[in-house]
Write a protein that binds this ligand. Structure first.
Ligand code: IVH
Length: 692
């Protein structure tokens, strides 16, 4: 290859990078997409291909460098050049005035001032260092003095520029702001966790913190963290720590850069550097304007796509900020005006220990009922043994409970000073509260478990799970019946459901003949539920509805799955080693093998009944769908193709046999035409399915 073509390639790489950077900025920072996804993907792939062929052309700020790296063994601790202070809280206007009085006493000559009111984002503070415009380091707040270097994770956050968007940036720039998870992403993560039988994150802030500290940045990349910037330090590399404002070193600033002299300008400046800055901010000329802003957002904040817990009020002028400086912990020039926390004090009357269907034992605080965020709260989760130890919680303690959004209330703090004398300390039991067998806790896990598969709590949980709509869908088999069935030892395993007679059920409290008849019918009907639903219903760890479907597609019979090795199972796309291990191990347990045999005898479906894909009329053919079809939705079209043995993929390649194109078909159509791939209309597709 001659020099010329290398130059051409380098130029093309450069062009692609700028185009992708501009599109990504428009999408993630401005919320105003400029390129259709498909075009972005095409350019991205071109860049990826060129970089693969010419690794020497890869730069750290290339858009391809956001995908995460191999897991790190651990994070290193990094001292902050300038500590990350926290903010003093004010819970109402009186406290806000007290704060104002304090700073005014310190600077009595100051007359009217401007305040900047910003939303307080309920996330995790990050400090980002840019050297010569390039992102070199991202560090968590930690204890404020030192945090953890999580640079690979920070690089995956799309709204954080890998390179500052200005010419001739100062040699060192430090940007601070809040990383957070949008609420919909948080909910999605918790749904996925539930599907994998993992405990949910208590709130978006914890989920964001957990995500930021993930050792595998590829997982972080998938979690869609976002970031709002609010502080910028120029020349931070030479900055002194503590007590100093950031803008006090005018000598060393590059000539062409107009440094901000106020917080309001700093926010605009951050925007010009390419950061996402929260648009909900206001320059206030008086305390009344601050109050109005605070009141306005008290309700509007519930409509935001992320959580805010207050308003941060900062003196606008940097000169004044510098004049006031810091206390040991806080800047004197800023205060967090907090919305009333959904927290309340109450008394811990007892702790009960619940055993879930996976055997996980959860400590639950039984509380003196208290009004909280519009509801009465009488119970709250204490999560696990570590949490109990951390809280050092005792019987009769005064505790603070919190409820945030839809999330189960939790005990967040204990007021140890108010502890009654001789109060006994709460500890995790060593034996199962339901069946008295010894509990186990693996060294590496937070969860304490009962591992007795005949434990009534586990059996009860397993049956309720079995009867769920998306599992065996046994209508009418609710908790109150399950409880009685297990207590009266009529059912000790889900297989026992299939030998229940009306005569067994009728004597149950409030059951009667008619209900018994119905329930027996519903149980019998469940035998025709598909294999994927049965597999999900078995409640194997990490096998939620989605994984069960995938596994059932790849292992069409229980015997195929039961005899597969963990390695075999892991070859399935989207099934990772942890899931594969869990499935493999489940089938090794003799009691589980017995369960499968009994279910087989009962006539429960343990194999797929759908036509084996390889024999359908579209067997072996690969389809891509594009545009809007006249009558079918994409899932419907996909189902028709798959039912006929075909496969649907998302992008056109040489391996594609047919492109099914509807209205407004875009680049996929062009590409397919270029590759000479057969193009079908919806009618063509339907004809093809019938004709074969
Ligand atoms: S200013 C010294 N502005 O709140 C200045 N902080 O409770 C301190 N936070 O640690 C930071 N939104 O993590 C500032 N608009 C905002 C903020 C904000 C959220 C967080 C930040 C800080 C914590 C203090």
């Amino acid at each position: 290859m001659g020099d010329n073509s290398i130059d051409d390639t380098a130029a093309r790489v450069q062009t692609l990078r700028s185009q992708l950077q501009a599109a990504s900025y428009a999408y993630y920072v401005l919320d105003a997409p400029t390129l259709p996804d498909e075009v972005y993907d095409r350019l991205y792939r071109e860049l990826q291909d060129l970089e693969a062929a010419h690794p020497e052309l890869v730069t750290p700020d290339s858009p391809t460098q956001r995908v995460g790296e191999k897991p790190a063994a651990q994070f290193t601790s990094v001292r902050h050049n300038i500590p990350l202070y926290s903010l003093e809280n004010a819970f109402d206007l009186t406290e806000f005035r007290a704060w104002e009085d304090r700073w005014r006493r310190q600077a009595p000559e100051i007359g009217q001032v401007e305040y900047v009111a910003e939303l307080k984002i309920d996330g995790n503070a990050l400090a980002l260092t840019y050297e010569n415009g390039l992102l070199v380091r991202g560090v968590t707040r930690g204890d404020g003095t030192a945090g953890e270097d999580i640079t690979p994770n920070v690089r995956t956050i799309r709204s954080i520029p890998l390179r500052l968007a200005i010419e001739n940036p100062p040699p060192v720039v430090e940007v601070r702001g809040e990383a957070f998870l949008p609420l919909d992403v948080f909910e999605q993560i918790n749904r996925d966790r539930a599907n994998h039988s993992d405990p949910p994150f208590a709130n978006p802030r914890n989920a964001a913190a957990g995500t930021l500290r993930q050792l595998d940045s590829r997982i972080v990349a998938a979690r869609k963290l976002d970031f709002f910037a609010y502080t910028v330090y120029l020349e931070a590399g030479e900055g002194e720590s503590g007590g100093k404002s950031e803008h006090e070193n005018p000598k060393s600033k590059p000539q062409n850069l107009k440094s901000p002299t106020s917080q309001w300008q700093a926010l605009e400046f951050l925007k010009s550097l390419g950061f996402r800055v929260n648009p909900n901010r206001q320059l206030c000329q008086s305390e009344t304007e601050v109050q109005t802003y605070f009141d306005e957002w008290a309700t509007k904040r519930t409509q935001l796509s992320y959580l805010t817990d207050g308003v941060v009020v900062k003196l606008n002028s940097f000169a004044l900020q510098q004049r006031l400086g810091f206390t040991q912990k806080f800047p004197r020039w800023a205060v967090a005006l907090k919305y009333p926390a959904e927290e309340a004090p109450t008394i811990l009357e007892a702790v009960s220990f619940q055993v879930g269907r996976t055997g996980a034992v959860t400590p639950v605080a039984e509380l003196r009922p208290v009004q909280l965020a519009g509801t009465t709260v009488a119970r709250a989760t204490l999560h696990n043994a570590d949490r109990i130890a951390e809280l050092d919680i005792h019987q009769g303690d005064t505790v603070i409970v919190r409820k945030a959004g839809e999330i189960i209330p939790e005990v967040v703090r204990v007021l140890a000073d108010l502890r009654p004398e001789d109060a006994s300390k709460i500890t995790m039991p060593t034996d199962c509260p339901q069946c008295s067998s010894a509990l186990v806790r693996p060294d590496d896990g937070a969860v304490t478990r009962c591992i007795n598969i005949s434990c009534p709590a586990i059996v009860q949980g397993a049956i309720i799970h079995w009867a769920r709509r998306d599992a065996l869908d046994i209508e009418g088999l609710g908790e109150k019946w399950v409880k009685q069935l297990v207590e009266q030892r009529l059912v000790q395993s889900v297989a026992d459901l299939y030998i229940l007679s009306e005569a067994d059920l009728e004597p149950l409290d409030r059951m009667g003949k008619r209900l018994a008849e119905k329930l027996v019918g519903a149980i019998a009907a469940s035998k025709t539920r598909p294999w994927a639903a049965v597999l999900y219903a078995l409640g194997i760890r990490h096998v939620g509805a989605v994984n069960a479907k995938t596994l059932a597609q790849n292992f069409p019979t229980v015997d195929a799955l039961g005899s597969a090795s963990a390695e075999d199972i892991e070859t399935v796309h989207t099934i990772g080693p942890e899931i594969a291990q869990a499935v493999y191990q489940w089938f090794q347990v003799p009691a589980n093998q017995t369960l499968i045999d009994r279910l087989r005898q009962a006539g429960v479906q343990l194999a797929s009944t759908e036509a084996a894909p390889a024999t359908g009329p579209l067997a072996g053919k690969t389809f891509v769908l594009t545009g809007t079809l006249p009558t079918l939705t994409r899932p419907e079209a996909t189902e028709i193709i798959e039912a006929a043995g075909g496969k649907v993929t998302s992008s056109v390649s040489k391996a594609t046999d047919y492109l099914v194109a509807g209205e407004k078909a875009g680049s996929k159509l062009t590409k397919a035409e270029g590759l000479g791939i057969a193009i079908l209309t919806e009618t063509d597709l339907l004809t093809l399915v019938k004709a074969a």
